[in-house]
Design a protein around this ligand. Structure first.
Ligand SMILES: Cc1cc2nc3c(=O)[nH]c(=O)nc-3n(C[C@H](O)[C@H](O)[C@H](O)COP(=O)(O)OP(=O)(O)OC[C@H]3O[C@@H](n4cnc5c(N)ncnc54)[C@H](O)[C@@H]3O)c2cc1C
Ligand code: FES
Length: 233
């Protein structure tokens, strides 16, 4: 059982939760989180937003019943964390140019990635209100480009990078796939999928993803896939 240290609303309906303890996990991996007994039935997947000697942090958006229960947690309350799960973001040689593209709460796993991609350019797109921009600026020696209400992807030059990693709503990830094709970019382009999940460990098939060769599991084979592999339905 983990214990909540901090759970604060950093923007309307966006919460930052820190749980005390020693946790492992690479950039792009996630934990299955629950702070309830029987209802809702399933734990909820949340990406690692940050991690240090004192604990692990998640950044989450109020979406429904599960995240509503999480948002009511106070310091000292208990929650269950299982993980880390998933394959995470790729390792990239230090000299390569990396772009991280986040749509809304999809920015959460990208922040932790800056520990390794310290010079990455970060593109953040928000529908209504930007959040945590200063934290991103402080965490990278690259540029942080923010768009509110538009399409941040328009600002990404797909030929200016060796690796591009995107996380956000599915239409944005589909657009990333299209841009990679249209620009004939040689970059390795990855998308981190946020499919619904039940077990988180590859046992139930709830998170099935159609890929060009076969169906894969977002929880165990992903959530990070090469953009060209995924068949968006
Ligand atoms: C690998 C992974 C990492 C994730 N990381 C984060 C994160 O760091 N921060 C964060 O806020 N969210 C993250 N999510 C999404 C998060 O898991 C869902 O928002 C959460 O499960 C919703 O639970 P709920 O009970 O509050 O909402 P529900 O009552 O289950 O659903 C409320 C609404 O949200 C939609 N929804 C539910 N789950 C998802 C989902 N997985 N993807 C898209 N829409 C969904 C439902 O269709 C419904 O419309 C991640 C998902 C995955 C698969
Ligand atoms: S969530 Fe069960 S197989 Fe992926």
């Amino acid at each position: 059982m983990a214990v909540v240290m901090v759970n604060v609303e950093v923007a309307p309906n966006i919460f930052r939760l820190k749980a005390a303890g020693s946790y492992t996990g690479r950039m792009g991996q996630f934990y299955m989180v629950r702070a309830w007994d029987k209802y809702p039935l399933l734990s909820r997947p949340l990406s690692i937003f940050n991690r240090d000697g004192g604990g692990i942090e998640f950044l989450y958006q109020l979406a429904g019943e599960g995240t509503k229960l999480l948002s009511a947690l106070r310091p000292g309350d208990e929650l269950q964390l299982e993980g880390p799960f998933g394959n995470g973001f790729p390792e990239v040689p230090a000299e390569e140019k990396v772009a991280l593209v986040g749509g809304g709460i999809g920015a959460a796993p990208l922040f932790y990635a800056l520990g390794e991609y310290s010079a990455a350019d970060v593109y953040l797109g928000f529908s209504r209100e930007a959040y945590l921009v200063q934290q991103f600026e402080a965490a990278t020696t690259g540029n942080v480009i923010v768009d509110v209400g538009g399409i941040v992807l328009k600002q990404v030059d797909f030929n200016a990078y060796d690796t591009i990693i995107a996380c956000g709503p599915e239409p944005m990830l589909q657009a990333v796939q299209r841009r990679k094709q249209e620009s004939a970019s040689a970059a390795k382009v990855y998308v981190s999928l946020e499919n619904r999940m039940a077990c988180g460990i590859g046992a139930c098939l709830v998170c099935s993803v159609k890929c060009r060769d076969q169906r894969r599991k977002a929880c165990a084979d992903g959530p990070v896939f090469l953009a060209e592999e995924v068949v968006f339905e």
